[in-house]
Every structure is written in structure tokens, then in C-alpha cells.
Design a protein around this ligand. Structure first.
Ligand SMILES: N[C@@H](CCC(=O)N[C@@H](CS)C(=O)NCC(=O)O)C(=O)O
Length: 204
């Protein structure tokens, strides 16, 4: 029987990787459908908002990577135990997104001089700004982002770091031991560990 879940994205980690982490954690067999840009342009008009990732699950077409991540987090009891914890997870993921958008800005900058300036600023200013705050937050929460226990915000963080580190060609967590230890915990979770060992190697 074919997998009941199909994830469509580019040949990259990017915004699909948090969804892949969650599906792997939940032991959901999924078709990891990777399209090249030429093929994407053909299917783009058929996608709900012309973008990827898109997930086909139980007859429904899901889009918006964070909403999809939250949907699967709920199925696997990773949403956070209380309303406050769930709010905190959303706050963490939204803040990670604010940080992530600086990477997008560097990646899609066409002017080489400006790109290099943006890259430097991302490394010297933006990264310490966000990661020092995350380090403090995880330190005060027993080694996790929220509620001293594993939530989808932890998986989201570890997964989204994959393409961000590839883009900058560096370990972003050097100097942030609590975050590094959280990443190690997530990457060694049953299911996630196997996914990382078997996933296709990509630049982003
Ligand atoms: N908010 C959307 C953003 C999706 C997005 O920006 N997708 C990019 C790839 S990472 C895309 O499809 N780009 C091609 C295009 O917009 O034509 C999400 O989180 O799913």
C-alpha cells in the first residue's frame, strides 16, 4: 500500500525539514517527493498558494509549513500540555521564523557586495541576538524550549537549523551549549535519528 502521506518540496531541507522531523518522530511513513524548479513551475498553478511545502494527507491538501507542523505535533502529543505551553510553543516558532527570514534575505540577495554585508551582519549581530535569548530560555526551562519537556518547538528549532547552517557553512550553536545539547537530544530521538541517517544530502 502506498504511504498515506505525501510531502512535496524542493530537493532541500528548508521549510520541509521540520515537517519531515515530525513525521519521522511520529513514525508516519511518507512519500518524500522532491521536485526540481522546472517541474515546480509546472505544478505551481495547482498548489493552493503556488508555494511549497505541500502535504497530501488523508485526502486533504495541507499547506503553510508551520500550520502543518503544528497539526502533526498535535497528533504526536508535542503541542504542549497547557494553553500557556501551547502559546509559548507558538511564540518560540514565530521567533525562530523572524530569525529564519534573515537567512532568506541573504540567500535571495542578488547583489554580491550587499549579500556579503548582509551575511556578515547575520553572523555578527542577528545570530547572537536571537541565539543568546534562546539559550537563556532553554536554560530556564530545564533544557527544553517550553515546560521542561519535549514539544514541537524543540523539533522545529533543530530541523530549521539544518538549512540555516548549510547556508552559512558553520555551526551556529558554537558558544551556546544548552542549545547544542537540546539539538543533540532532538536529533537522537527515536525516528528522527533514523531520518537524519537516511535523508538525502542537500546543500540547503
Ligand atoms: N509561509 C509559507 C512559505 C512557503 C515558501 O516560501 N515556499 C518557498 C520555498 S521555501 C516557495 O515555494 N518558493 C517558490 C515560489 O514562491 O514560487 C510556508 O511556511 O509554507
Amino acid at each position: 500500500m502506498p504511504p498515506k502521506c505525501k510531502l512535496i518540496y524542493f530537493h532541500a531541507m528548508g521549510l520541509a525539514e521540520p515537517i519531515r522531523y515530525l513525521l519521522a518522530y511520529g513514525k508516519v511513513e511518507f512519500e518524500d517527493c522532491r521536485v526540481d524548479y522546472e517541474h515546480f513551475l509546472k505544478i505551481k498553478p495547482t498548489m493552493p498558494v503556488g508555494q511549497l511545502p505541500v502535504v497530501e494527507f488523508e485526502g486533504k491538501t495541507l499547506f503553510q509549513s508551520i500550520a502543518i507542523s503544528r497539526f502533526f505535533a498535535k497528533k504526536f502529543n508535542l503541542l504542549g500540555k497547557t494553553d500557556e505551553h501551547q502559546l509559548s510553543c507558538d511564540i518560540v516558532v514565530d521567533t525562530i521564523t523572524d530569525y529564519r527570514l534573515h537567512f532568506k534575505d541573504v540567500h535571495f540577495c542578488d547583489d554580491p557586495v550587499l549579500k556579503s554585508q548582509k551575511r556578515e551582519r547575520l553572523i555578527i549581530e542577528t545570530t547572537p541576538f536571537y541565539l543568546s535569548r534562546f539559550e537563556t530560555l532553554v536554560n530556564t526551562n530545564g533544557g527544553f524550549f517550553v515546560g521542561a519537556q519535549l514539544t514541537w518547538s524543540d523539533l522545529y528549532f533543530a530541523a530549521i537549523l539544518c538549512f540555516m547552517e548549510s547556508l552559512l557553512q558553520r555551526n551556529l550553536l558554537d558558544g551556546y551549549p544548552t542549545l547544542e545539547s537540546l539539538r543533540t537530544k532532538v536529533n537522537n530521538l527515536d525516528g528522527v535519528k533514523e531520518w537524519i541517517a537516511s535523508r538525502p544530502k542537500t546543500d540547503l
